[in-house]
Design a protein around this ligand. Structure first.
Ligand code: PLP
Length: 532
């Protein structure tokens, strides 16, 4: 395609995108296709001869769009929102126009430096203290593709940090937080091996005997409500995972006491706790773990890296009135790392997961591997950040551009207004659920998330019968085309069966109060049909 053809097709594609958004409200929210619809339709091989782009673009309309579930639809209430907007679309288009892998500063200085500045803007927006800012030169932030990836990065870093601590015990230099050595941190002279691979200061700090001796003893923790990212990180890295219990009476928050008991139990067995994932806004119910209590407990367990998964609720830290409930003070005081997805509620199109750490050295100690072919003058002098040394992959997408476009287009106040709107709409529905005679909230509303279930006011129902009714309701809800909602299962009180529920996740960019109420009225009608 030449420049003029791109101009012609580009304008047409923008027109198609505009038409899509103009009629989005009329489309079924959920794709109405059966498995294999596309696999059986497309040719089994790439075309031998070039095809005209007009044909390719029209196949997007006829073949792809029918298989799309519209996450930007005003009545999409499933999972959590995954918002896109025109600012993000334009930013992605421009980022792709200068596509490059951005792994070193020198690959394209703008990519690295914009990411550094944007993560500071975002940290300030959310109220994270200076220790997490890139400009502090101590901590810092980066963008990854997903909260799952951020969790793996954090786990690799936490493991390495713990092994270093075990290796360096008794050494004279101490770090402020843990009273443990950070030898070599300030040595900036460049050493290489015979193939020119730059020697990472940290490489000599943990020898293989320490790794062999301790790796199988390392344990990471989360709760029964931690997202699967925790278990997945442990599986990928061959580490032990322990899910700690949470209870309905605590609204499923992980408590300091539960953490204390588990750590003491495991340490007595000779295991080594090295990481704990606390959540701000669990996926099932939006619960916030008791981070202050947990932080206090961890003071006695310095090998434990406190990682906060705030994938969904983290962006609500932008709103000052929510900061106390979201325990921002505890994050600033105790967290070693925190992640939030701007690509959920945070107005930036997928993918844009922000990950901050209070000590960037934990990343580079674990992830800086610099063979001769990746070395640069600026990287060797330590004057620039080479983000590949903070990341799993070498190449990285230019994601900071969409964060920049969004934060400038909305401004801090526009961003806050968007979050407040989602919370306010959920409050309207919360009132309706509370007033309904046959439904109940299972946990208190968390920001824009409601977890509820059918509980008929007439007749006695055992917990098992209630679950059966709710599973039938879930089936009917899932069959609806005009809105989308997902389910979850929560632990029951001790000795009681688990609890089947539905989740109503508000916060979509185009959702109006009318959309939300309409969906709720359908759920009420479906509930009545089951009761009758
Ligand atoms: N953590 C929480 C609390 C989530 O709700 C989710 C997804 O909904 C994730 C992590 C995983 O996010 P990602 O898809 O970015 O890996």
């Amino acid at each position: 395609m030449d420049i003029e053809a791109f101009r012609k097709h580009g304008y047409k594609v923008v027109d198609q995108i505009c038409d899509y958004y103009a009629r989005l409200n009329e489309l079924p929210v959920v794709a109405q296709v059966e498995p294999g619809y596309l696999v059986n339709d497309l040719p089994t091989e790439a075309p031998k001869e070039p095809e005209d782009f007009s044909l390719v673009a029209s196949d997007f309309q006829s073949k792809i769009l029918p298989g799309i579930t519209h996450w930007s639809h005003p009545r999409f209430f499933a999972y959590f929102p995954a918002i896109t907007n025109f600012e993000s679309i334009l930013a992605d288009m421009m980022a792709t126009s200068v596509s490059n892998p951005g792994f070193n500063w020198s690959c394209s200085p703008a990519c690295t430096e914009l990411e550094q500045v944007m993560l500071d803007w975002a940290a300030k927006l959310l109220g994270l203290q200076e220790k997490f800012w890139n400009s502090s030169k101590q901590g810092g932030g980066q963008i990854t593709g997903a909260a799952s990836e951020s969790a793996i990065v954090a786990t690799v870093a936490a493991r390495e940090r713990c092994l270093r601590m075990l290796s360096l015990q008794g050494a004279p230099e101490v770090d402020e937080k843990h009273g443990l050595s950070l030898n070599g941190q300030n040595d900036t002279s460049v050493k290489t091996d015979e193939l020119g691979t730059r020697i990472n200061d940290a490489d000599g700090d943990v020898d293989d005997t320490i790794r062999d001796k301790y790796h199988s003893k390392l344990v990471m923790y989360g709760s029964t409500q931690t997202h699967s990212i925790g278990i997945k990180a442990a599986k990928i890295l061959g580490l032990k995972w322990r899910s700690l219990p949470t209870f309905k009476r605590d609204d499923y928050a992980l408590t300091g006491e539960t953490v204390r008991k588990a750590l003491e139990e495991d340490e007595k067995k000779g295991l080594i706790p090295f990481m704990l994932i606390g959540t701000i806004g669990t996926t099932s119910t939006g619960t916030v773990d008791r981070l202050s209590e947990i932080g206090q407990v961890l003071k006695n367990h310095p090998t434990v890296f406190l990682y906060i998964d705030a994938a969904w609720a983290g962006t609500a830290l932008a709103v000052p009135e929510h900061r106390e409930a979201l325990q921002l003070d505890a994050v600033n005081e105790y967290a070693d790392g925190i992640c939030t997805n701007f690509h959920k509620w945070g107005l930036v199109a997928f993918d844009c997961s922000a990950l901050w750490v209070r000590d960037r050295k934990v990343l580079t100690n674990a992830l800086d591997v610099t063979p001769a072919f990746l070395r640069t003058k600026h990287g060797d002098t330590g004057l620039v950040v080479d983000y590949r040394n903070w990341s799993l992959s070498l190449g990285r997408r230019f994601r900071s551009l969409k964060l920049w476009f969004v934060l400038r287009s909305y401004g801090v106040e526009g961003f806050r207004a968007h979050i407040r709107k989602g919370v306010q709409m959920a409050a309207v529905l919360e009132k309706r659920i509370r007033e309904s005679k046959d439904f109940e909230l299972v946990t208190p509303r968390s920001l824009a998330l409601l977890v509820f279930r059918l509980r008929p006011s007439s007749g006695d129902h055992t917990p098992e019968q209630l679950n059966e009714l709710n599973r039938r309701l879930q089936e009917l809800v899932h069959a609806e085309k005009d809105f989308n909602m997902t389910q979850t299962v929560l632990p029951g009180e001790e000795g009681q069966p688990s609890i089947d529920c539905l989740r109503f996740a508000m916060g979509g960019l185009r959702t109006t109060e009318e959309d939300a109420v309409q969906a709720w009225q359908i759920v009420e009608r479906l509930g009545e049909s089951i009761i009758n």
